[in-house]
Design a protein around this ligand. Structure first.
Ligand code: FES
Length: 94
């Protein structure tokens, strides 16, 4: 997994950035000046929720999302590490 592309949709605007496997998708967003919401960055507040519409991520911690929410594609971007090369995260659709 060399070329990780992460696209974020925030306030109707899509922006694609280069991701890293050892960096959360939220950190990739922040490092690229994307206005993604967050607060605790510890998997506890749910401010950073997004919906994954393409690709895969793995959550390091999750104290909030239920199994059915996870099945619906909801993720905590502050806990999500890329597990595929082409990831699309919709921050608006949550
Ligand atoms: S910023 Fe609080 S759960 Fe992600």
């Amino acid at each position: 997994m060399e070329n990780i592309k992460i696209t974020f949709k925030v306030d109707g605007i899509e922006t694609s950035v280069v991701g890293e496997k050892d960096k959360t998708v939220l950190d990739s967003a922040i490092d690229n000046d994307i206005d993604a919401p967050y607060s605790c960055r510890g998997g506890a507040c749910a401010t950073c929720i997004g919906k994954i519409k393409n690709g895969k991520v793995e959550l390091e911690q999750n104290y909030i999302l239920t199994d059915s929410e996870l099945e619906d594609g909801l993720i905590l971007t502050c806990q999500a590490y890329p597990k595929s090369e082409n990831i699309y995260i919709d921050i608006d659709d949550v």
